[in-house]
Ligand binder design. Sequence first.
Ligand code: SAM
Length: 292
Amino acid sequence: MTTKDSMELWVKEIYQETFNLGFKIDRTLFSGKSRFQQIDVVKTKSHGVMLLNDGSIMLSERDEFIYHEMIAHVPLFVHPSPERVLVIGGGDGGTVREVLKHPKVKRVVMVEIDDMVIQACRIHLPAVSCALDDERLEIRIQDGIKYITEAGEKFDLVIVDSTDPIGPAVPLFDKPFYKGISAALDSDGILITQAGSTFYDGETQHAMLMNQRPFFKNLHLYLYSNLTYPGGLWSFGFASKGLCPIQDFDGRRVESSGIVTSYYNPGVHRSAFSLPNFVAENLASVIDPILV
Ligand code: SAM
């Protein structure tokens, strides 16, 4: 939501009805209501352009590279031959921008439910949406659940770049969706999921991983820091049919790739899977140990 404080305009993300995170707004660039959600793009005083869906911060220009590099490069440097990638959500284009940096990737399908997100980001966030016209990318405006149920295409990697489990994203955290993704993944397949805050979303993380458990051999959580999501230390789920994010990772591949990143590197990759005790204890019954 945006609010006026003594004639100043602020983004005020109220999180779990208990606290808020604020950013001072310079001006509003876009405001629209789609069939699915309220979409706002604002220019902040400190974090560049910011995208909000239903008042929740999706990204800021200043730190989006952290989220998008970590959601994409971690699995792409673990999978030995990632050619076919499915992105569910991710309409701002940041995830596909990073995925398409990998020359091995031959085909990407991005299934975003809300065309208004894509159009707003094309205009107001060009540095994020810059790869949306890549010829390897097919964009489908469709519900990710419907796509997974009907598509019948196989992928090496599925990335669920969704909002938190609210509105149309709720079923993206449920068992039938993960069952469908497992069927769509080839034998070395990896699934990456947006897994929320380590501090505030422990229950959601546990429930999400429990719902994935029946369909994947290896389940892990990995961490990244960011400036615009409440609590700062956030996470992704890493689910695979067998690949281990550490044993099957060779940092030399990153170095020889020539791919330019601002956050991700081999050391960050490895350390992201080291969980603080409170996170590891909460998830002990659902995640797998990493044997090194
Ligand atoms: N990094 C972001 C975050 O966690 O705040 C996520 C960004 S991305 C903009 C999330 C996208 O998922 C939104 O554009 C939303 O429209 C899309 N989405 C939500 N539910 C979906 C569904 N069922 N199928 C496809 N896309 C969905």
